[in-house]
Ligand binder design. Structure first.
Ligand SMILES: [Zn+2]
Length: 110
């Protein structure tokens, strides 16, 4: 990792989690990129997709609930994907990368 790469936040200081309207990216609000438009708006730091936001605790509680409802490794997959320095065009593609790298299955569900 280059020296000038900022360390990504794992948890939001203000408790907000953001997630892409289309690509697989999500993370603490501190990690957003900015569109090149004027005025700029927060976006995925890798592809520029616009974002939704949710309280961080609500986001992770929802992910855990989804996992406990039979979607194997769902929350673990989200934690893994948050650590990756990229996004995938879809969650499905991110899940395939997760399976390949970790050798664990993940069930996304609806
Ligand atoms: Zn993206």
């Amino acid at each position: 990792m280059p020296e000038n790469t900022p360390k990504l936040a794992v948890k939001s200081d203000i408790g907000l989690h953001v997630y892409s309207a289309a690509c697989s990216w999500h993370g603490p609000i501190e990690n957003v990129g900015k569109t090149k438009t004027e005025p700029s708006i927060p976006c995925c730091p890798y592809c520029g997709m616009v974002l939704f936001q949710q309280e961080e605790e609500v986001w992770w509680a929802g992910a855990l609930r989804h996992q406990e409802n039979g979607h194997t490794n769902y929350e673990k997959f989200l934690r893994w994907s948050q650590e990756q320095p990229k996004c995938w065009p879809t969650l499905k593609e991110a899940a395939e990368a997760y399976k390949k790298e970790t050798k664990n299955d993940v069930i996304l569900g609806q």
